[in-house]
Design a protein around this ligand. Structure first.
Ligand SMILES: [Zn+2]
Length: 373
């Protein structure tokens, strides 16, 4: 009975969405790596997003996962899905996770290890038992968040960021690219184009996943306050070098941009948050104002984000070896949200509640930055 009611409610929701869902950004897979933040692509994703087809009023709308003719029945919320299961419901599970920034791997309708990891990641995120099995609580919790994410951010009454153009780079991507590129325009030093980032030593969650999750939330929150947001990536299966990410930002006319990362350390007791800024003379411009604004942005963001999260303050560090900085002609900084090698901070960073605190802090920091002069 409850099951039927659940399906009916779901069908109703889908009817409401029919014809209006062109999922904005979804995410794909990812891999993160090490030292350098990389660049990504334009907010367009290569991963198929969920779309709901128009259906005759007397039929249950059917979500499709790919731009193909496959149809997935509305997913029953009270069924348990686990490794070995296959079908359109599994594909829908994969799509929902991808749209929310998790990395379920290929959207192939097969419940394999990648989906199990993503389900477990979602469970940690949502405060559920992380067993990698999508039972009723997990599926319903996922669906609820997915529906929310499909809706455009409601404009706030107050629009303190109206007219501001903000760039967001979710650091890393699913697969690294070790091809070399110059650290700076015309320079002889080279670095890998993109690394795949660190990972949670306790949660098992890759850095590139949480970077994108926070980036997607931040985008939505900034847009609600009137900002225009330019993303380097909204999926994980992209291949965008750090220099390319900076060039995307230079060309898109952003007022400033933020590179989002998390850190790792050989010392598991190390925890806390810090922000990297371009060292003097390392930006791709001689304009001192751009350098000063980069520091002002870092100060505003760090203050408010420390306050919102209660994280340990590890300060602001100038760096001259960051490709993403050296190619930038506009104000930029790089937040290291915490340490994924520290047990407590690892679990915090993968959780919805802590990610929301980070976003809240960053939003306040952007408002402070744009209203400081
Ligand atoms: Zn990183």
């Amino acid at each position: 009975m409850i099951k039927k009611i659940g399906i009916i409610i779901l069908a109703f929701i889908l009817i409401c969405f029919a014809g209006c869902t062109a999922p904005a950004d979804s995410t794909g897979g990812q891999t993160s790596s090490v030292t350098e933040p990389e660049t990504e692509e334009p907010a367009v994703e290569s991963v198929p997003t969920e779309s709901v087809e128009e259906q005759p009023a007397d039929k249950t709308p059917i979500p499709t996962t790919q731009p193909d003719t496959d149809v997935a029945p509305a997913i029953p919320l009270d069924v348990t899905y686990r490794v070995g299961d296959e079908g359109s419901e599994i594909k829908f599970l994969q799509q929902m996770l991808a749209d929310l920034g998790f990395d379920p791997g290929d959207l192939d309708g097969v419940f394999g290890d990648a989906l199990k990891s993503a389900v477990s990641n979602f469970q940690l995120y949502a405060g559920l038992t992380a067993d990698g099995i999508a039972g009723p609580k997990t599926t319903a919790g996922l669906y609820e968040r997915w529906v929310d994410a499909q809706q455009a951010a409601q404009p706030a009454d107050d629009q303190p960021l109206l007219g501001c153009v903000i760039g967001i780079d979710a650091g890393h991507q699913r697969n690294s690219n070790s091809d070399q590129e110059p650290v700076s325009p015309g320079g002889t030093d080279t670095k890998s184009k993109v690394s795949s980032g660190t990972y949670g030593r306790f949660s098992g969650v890759p850095e590139y996943v949480i970077n994108l999750q926070v980036a997607l939330k931040l985008k939505s929150a900034l847009e609600a306050l009137g900002a225009e947001v330019v993303m380097t990536r909204t999926a994980h299966d992209v291949d965008i070098s750090n220099a390319e990410r900076a060039e995307m930002m230079n060309e898109s006319g952003v007022d400033c941009w933020l590179r989002i990362h998390a850190n790792g350390s050989n010392d598991q007791s190390v925890h806390g948050m810090f922000i990297l800024v371009p060292a003097e003379g390392s930006l791709d411009t001689d304009d001192d104002i751009v350098a000063r604004k980069s520091v002002a942005l870092a100060e505003a963001l760090l203050d408010s984000t420390l306050e919102a999260t209660g994280a340990k303050d590890l300060g602001i560090t100038p760096r001259s070896d960051q490709t993403g900085f050296c190619w930038s002609q506009v104000p930029v900084c790089n937040i290291e949200m915490g340490h994924m090698t520290n047990e407590q901070e690892d679990y915090l960073l993968v959780s919805e509640s802590y990610q929301e605190k980070i976003v809240q802090g960053l939003v306040q920091g952007f408002v402070a930055y744009f209203h400081s002069d």
